[in-house]
Ligand binder design. Structure first.
Ligand SMILES: O=C1O[C@H](COP(=O)(O)O)[C@@H](O)[C@H](O)[C@H]1O
Length: 260
């Protein structure tokens, strides 16, 4: 069971465009803070709508002011398909974000797409462990799991985060850093995903949620509505060591507003 260790902040914006602007400012400020503190910035991406909402980060003034050479990129989840496939979270990020900024390619941790889901999860976990050994990734003093600086998460209408789905037992995984599934309810079925102990060890987490179809689940995630079938969805388990910040547009926050 995740414990709420850090602060939780809910930010509501008039439009998705305003979320995009605020997310860029927030990310740029964290980049500056962590690079000043520790000489690097480790960022974990999701797939889905997040990458488009990150678009303002690759525009002026941030494109030219961020020290991209100090960034390290990881994926909280990935579909086990070739990296050039349209379903690949790597391809999505590569086309919409990574190809536009000078992050060293050796700092970009795509999955090994030649492996099975099980092999790809084991390979990704082993590469994270090497980064722990080489001190690129510190361990959380609270959990002993690797501590990333920033995780940028999205959420599905069923309340899934990463590839941790409501009815899948791997959402309860407590030992592994990275696990896999072969039967995701959302296509494509084979995926790997960070586990909750890793997600919840991050310093900062941004939950970026836009669109009316997610309004009810936002209400559930923030504890204002009961979970469907009495089973709290994965989004209710997210917490960060320093701060969890929800970025919502007016549509995603629409049920919150009416319930107040
Ligand atoms: O399948 C996935 O879905 C979630 C949510 O996507 P969204 O389009 O509703 O924002 C995403 O966060 C995850 O990385 C992805 O693999």
């Amino acid at each position: 069971m995740a414990t709420q260790k850090g602060k939780k902040t809910v930010l509501k914006f008039d439009s998705e465009e305003d979320v995009s602007k605020a997310l860029a400012k927030y990310t740029a400020e964290l980049s500056e803070k962590f690079i000043k503190q520790k000489g690097s910035f480790t960022v974990v991406l999701s797939g889905g709508s997040l990458i488009d909402t990150m678009r303002k980060l690759v525009e002026p003034p941030y494109k030219d002011s961020i020290d991209w050479s100090k960034w390290w990129i990881f994926w909280v989840d990935e579909r086990v398909v070739p990296l050039g496939h349209d379903d690949s979270n790597y391809k999505l990020a590569s086309d919409g974000f990574l190809s536009k900024v000078p992050i060293p390619s050796s700092n970009i941790y795509a999955i090994n797409d030649k492996e099975s889901p099980e092999g790809a999860a084991a390979d990704y976990e082993a590469r994270l462990k090497q980064l722990i050994e080489s001190k690129v990734l510190p361990l959380s003093a609270i959990t002993g799991f690797p501590k990333f600086d920033l995780m940028l998460l999205g959420m599905g209408p069923d309340g899934h985060v990463a590839s941790l789905f409501p009815l899948h037992p791997h959402r309860h995984e407590k030992e592994r850093l990275v696990t896999f599934i072969t039967d995701s309810p959302k296509p494509p079925p084979p995926r790997i995903t960070f586990t909750f102990p890793v997600i919840n060890s991050a310093s900062e987490i941004a939950m970026v949620v836009t669109g009316a179809e997610l309004a009810h689940m936002v209400d559930v995630a923030l504890g204002n509505a009961p979970p469907p079938d009495g089973i709290p969805p994965p989004c209710t388990e997210v917490s960060a060591e320093e701060e969890l910040t929800w970025f919502l547009d007016k549509d995603a926050a629409s049920e919150l507003q009416t319930s107040r």
